[in-house]
Design a binder for this molecule. Structure first.
Ligand SMILES: Cc1cc2nc3c(=O)[nH]c(=O)nc-3n(C[C@H](O)[C@H](O)[C@H](O)COP(=O)(O)O)c2cc1C
Length: 217
């Protein structure tokens, strides 16, 4: 990993769902990049990959919601929203949400959420920086918000290709000493120990693929 990549890795983030209405159909994705820009008026920015279907939906509708995942938010939230595309999946069918101000806001043990109207979009190459005005907030629970560090270290999830923090696996992780590890080729989840020791129906706890999709680290 280059010094730039390893130093950038020390930046802190949270884990959020971004939901929007694709006509009558709710859809969305996971992001780690929600930043408060100002408080008066309340404005946020998100970094959204141009290949994400959610970007197209936000571009067309001009609106989205942000929900703040907690450490107790079920793994299926990240699996469904962060590793499949709304182009070919109805991602919200298995997830609980409420409609607020015409937008879906995720429940699923979230710490709260808010709705946003897009103010401007700035082209940043692979991603668009979307600046938005916060319109309405919802109360959530008082569980600790999920940090990106918690996602990496406790859930042991990786950053998928469209996340701004993605670093290709080979460059990201030089092989570690003797301990045997297997890495999920889809989401980067690291399995400590030999994957062959897991039962035949073992599935990646993050993205749900079978053990045949793991490679030795
Ligand atoms: C932990 C995590 C963080 C992510 N952060 C971002 C992000 O900040 N920006 C982004 O564009 N995609 C991010 N992604 C990737 C999208 O969630 C993913 O590409 C999703 O499948 C896009 O779905 P869509 O095509 O329905 O929009 C992240 C995914 C995960 C699991």
């Amino acid at each position: 990993m280059s010094l730039i990549s390893s130093t950038m890795r020390k930046l802190s983030y949270g884990v959020y769902s971004i939901l929007a209405m694709d006509g009558q159909r709710p859809t969305g994705c996971i992001v780690n990049t929600v930043f408060q820009i100002t408080s008066q008026p309340a404005m946020v920015a998100i970094s959204m990959n141009k290949d994400n279907y959610t970007y197209e939906v936000i571009k067309n509708s001009g609106r989205f919601s942000v929900s703040i995942l907690s450490e107790e938010s079920p793994r299926k939230v990240i699996t469904n929203l962060g590793f499949t595309s709304g182009r070919d999946h109805d991602k919200l069918t298995e997830l609980n949400y409420t409609m607020v101000d015409g937008l879906p806001v995720l429940e699923e043990n979230c710490c709260g959420g808010f709705t946003c109207d897009v103010v401007s979009m700035t082209d940043a190459g692979t991603h668009m920086i979307i600046l938005a005005a916060v319109k309405e907030a919802t109360e959530g629970n008082s569980l600790p918000p999920m940090t990106y560090r918690y996602y990496h270290e406790v859930i042991k999830g990786g950053a998928p290709k469209n996340a701004p923090t993605y670093v290709p696996e080979e460059a990201e992780k030089p092989a570690e000493k003797e301990e045997v590890k297997y890495v999920c080729s889809i989401c980067g989840y690291v399995h400590e120990g030999d994957i062959a020791d897991e039962p035949e129906d073992y599935k990646c706890p993050i993205c749900g693929v079978p053990k045949s999709m793991f490679n030795k680290a």
